[in-house]
Ligand binder design. Structure first.
Ligand code: EPS
Length: 385
């Protein structure tokens, strides 16, 4: 079973990730396979001052020898450079500790819900872990997963299709991924990119924040990942869970879900065909590569909707949890828009879910075994019954 665990507070000394269940024999080099994704997560127009402090890089401290995975747990460490500025309020030891309490909880953030859950009198106990800083650890785990699915021929990409009220159509067909990577907002359309940048700048001027929508797609996914036999093995459900676990995400569409909801069935469902060259395939892919919770052999794609970031320079009104008085919410600093970065996190989560599903179906202690099981499956799946 492939699984990962992250640990670390936003302003603590480091983030730690343990990835367990990776087969042996996969080439894994942090500077080549993980750090580029960490840098992509830090980017995007609309990021705040924290990203100017951090230069995220992963240090592998277990599970890899001579550049190859060993099959043992892989531990990754990402240092928080901002720790230098927070050693007092984030001190681990009790002696001399003085908390600077956060009591003016921020609307839209986990502050109040977390305080109520854990019985805290200081929202910093919540926001340190609820911070989107944790997504750096997930992107690192996703990058490890990407080396596994990459070895199986699957690739994962993302782009931004909406920021605030600026949008482009949902891609159908090939996206120019180079153009996406060059865009400051990860949008392939240059004119729309410029409008999105302008919208973010206007929000910054107004002390406001913006949300939007990311498109995420995995290609060359074999048919048969996931299962229809139990609700908690359905891969569309697992993808939705993974996406909704990303901070700021409030909605996920698998394939053209919103369009399907307002269309007659004859315009929605994907007709299958068979030919000797491609085997079974579909004429369209509106179901996002998933039927009954099982991959159908088409690319898996989803739309991920992000709400605007919660911390506002011109704060909303809130409550002080000490006094009950109505007051402006707490402000330290914040991003204006995280949708471009969020798209990179969504990519990591999709890579992860597919890697876990591939390991469940194909298994293998060594990636050669995994590859051989996949090749046998692909041959069998292409044949007429
Ligand atoms: C983030 C780190 C955080 C925030 C942001 C994203 O760092 P800091 O709180 O020190 O500025 O910049 O997270 C949030 C706004 C949030 O609400 O979680 C990161 O590394 O992505």
């Amino acid at each position: 079973m492939l699984r990962f665990l992250t640990a670390g507070e936003s302003h603590g000394p480091q983030l730690t990730v343990i990835v367990e269940g990776m087969p042996a024999g996969i080439s894994l080099v942090a500077a080549r396979d993980i750090d580029p994704d960490l840098r992509r997560r830090q980017g995007g127009h609309g990021r705040g001052k924290r990203q100017q402090i951090e230069q995220d890089a992963a240090r592998i401290v277990s599970g890899v020898r001579g550049g190859k995975t060993l099959g043992s747990p892989i531990t990754l460490v990402i240092a928080n450079r901002d720790w230098d500025n927070w050693q007092g309020p984030m001190q681990v030891e009790p002696r001399g500790f003085k908390a600077k309490r956060v009591t003016r909880v921020r609307p839209g953030h986990a502050d109040l819900a977390g305080v109520l859950k854990y019985g805290f009198d200081d929202a910093r106990n919540v926001l340190e872990r609820a911070s989107a800083r944790e997504t750096a650890a997930r992107v690192a785990a996703g990058a490890v997963a990407r080396t596994l699915i990459g070895a199986l021929g699957i690739d994962v990409h993302s782009c931004v299709i909406r920021i605030g009220d600026v949008d482009v159509p949902v891609p159908d067909g090939d996206v120019p991924w180079d153009a996406v990577e060059r865009s400051p907002v990860r949008c392939a359309d240059e004119a729309a990119s410029a409008r999105m940048v302008a919208a973010i700048d206007a929000a910054r001027e107004n002390g406001n924040t913006l949300g939007g929508t990311a498109y995420v797609i995995a290609s060359h996914v074999p048919a048969g990942l996931g299962s229809y036999v139990h609700w908690d093995r359905k891969l569309d459900g697992l993808i939705a869970q993974a996406m909704c676990s990303i901070p700021s995400v409030k909605g996920v569409e698998i394939g053209a879900a919103a369009l399907a909801a307002r269309s007659p069935g004859s315009n929605v469902h994907d007709e299958p065909r068979w030919d000797a060259e491609r085997g079974f395939h579909h004429l369209t892919n509106r179901q996002g590569g998933l039927a009954g919770g099982v991959t159908d052999g088409e690319p898996v794609w989803a739309l991920v909707h992000f709400k605007p970031i919660s911390t506002l320079l011109h704060p909303l009104r809130s409550v002080d949890i000490r006094t009950g008085a109505e007051i402006n919410a707490h402000y330290e600093r914040s991003d204006i828009c995280v949708v471009p970065a969020g798209a990179v996190v969504a990519e990591a989560m999709l890579a992860w879910v597919l890697a876990a599903a591939a390991m469940e179906k194909f298994g293998g202690d060594n990636v050669g075994e995994t590859r051989r099981a996949l090749a046998a499956h692909r041959r069998a799946a292409g044949r007429l019954r």
